[in-house]
Design a protein around this ligand. Sequence first.
Ligand SMILES: *Cc1c(COP(=O)(O)O)cnc(C)c1O
Length: 357
Amino acid sequence: MPKIHNFSAGPSILPRQAMEAGSRACLDFNGTGLSLLEMSHRGKEFIGVMDQAISLVKELLGVPSGYSVVFVGGGASLQFAMVPYNLLDEGETAAYLDTGTWANKAIKEANLFGNVKVVASSKDANYNFIPKGYAIPADAKYFHCTSNNTIFGTQMQHFPESPVPVVCDMSSDIFSRPVDVSKFGLIYAGAQKNMGIAGCTMAIIKNDLLGKVKRKIPSMLDYKIHIEGESMYNTPPVFPVYLAMETLKWVKQLGGVNAMQKRNEEKAQRLYTEIDANPLFKGTCAKEDRSRMNVCFVMEKPELEDAFNKAAEAANLSGLKGHRSVGGFRASIYNALELESIDALVAVMRDFARKHG
Ligand SMILES: *Cc1c(COP(=O)(O)O)cnc(C)c1O
């Protein structure tokens, strides 16, 4: 098999060593003679996995005391509802920043529980920039934002000063750079972009935000229940949590989130430099808001798209098709993608420009 360069937006590329560990664990977990998939989640083996996954999250992101880390099911999309369910009472207002498809879905869910004030939106520009200079109302229960807009290829390079707790969907850039957790009330991320496989979602919650809404919360939607149950209130998604643990071990081995940031900056810079220099391509987003995770670009002559797709396929570049709401191309260059894959893409772009420029 030739090497495939995997630019898929999600589920997406994972460290090879995490997948190898996962395949071994399916057949024989740590020499127990049992598969990880057929042992009790209450046994010491799996409890060890969960403990290590949670402590790696805390260590890698420097989670301060007063915060809890949980793994739950349901994807980031369930967090769109769980956040307002736990933090926003009827009649109260939450502030939301509208930066794209995922932000919109979060807003839609919050509207089921209370009032939503959209503080700013880049919708009129097809979300090609991150709004700035907006005011966050001091009487809002929280301010919600999306750190990286997976579909539109923008990323918040700064977070605003907020008079109220900041809740952030970091699904597509968690562990790609350092974050100051103490500046956030709640962070959540689905695993399948930068942390593992589909099936589990990680949340970091400031404990003192909980227990304040008047409504009754079903157990499975209650952060407190998951915290008290140490992410084992019910049967957790054992294999996704294991893959997250192995992926985070890899992040740590490579030097943690600072090393990831350096690696990701270099990859992004190499690719954006080519997009800006190559006469056939152009980026779709405001330069200062460009994502280091999802690089969106289109062709100056859209009629060449099919031919470029074929050239990319022939060079074993996979997953480059842009989301239908932007068109063109999207190279997702998450933590696990190697620099050599960027170089392979850049080489195809240059070669294509020589032939068609
Ligand atoms: C992929 C993604 C989601 C949705 O995640 P699911 O696990 O499919 O629910 C939400 N937010 C962002 C930023 C994403 O990239």
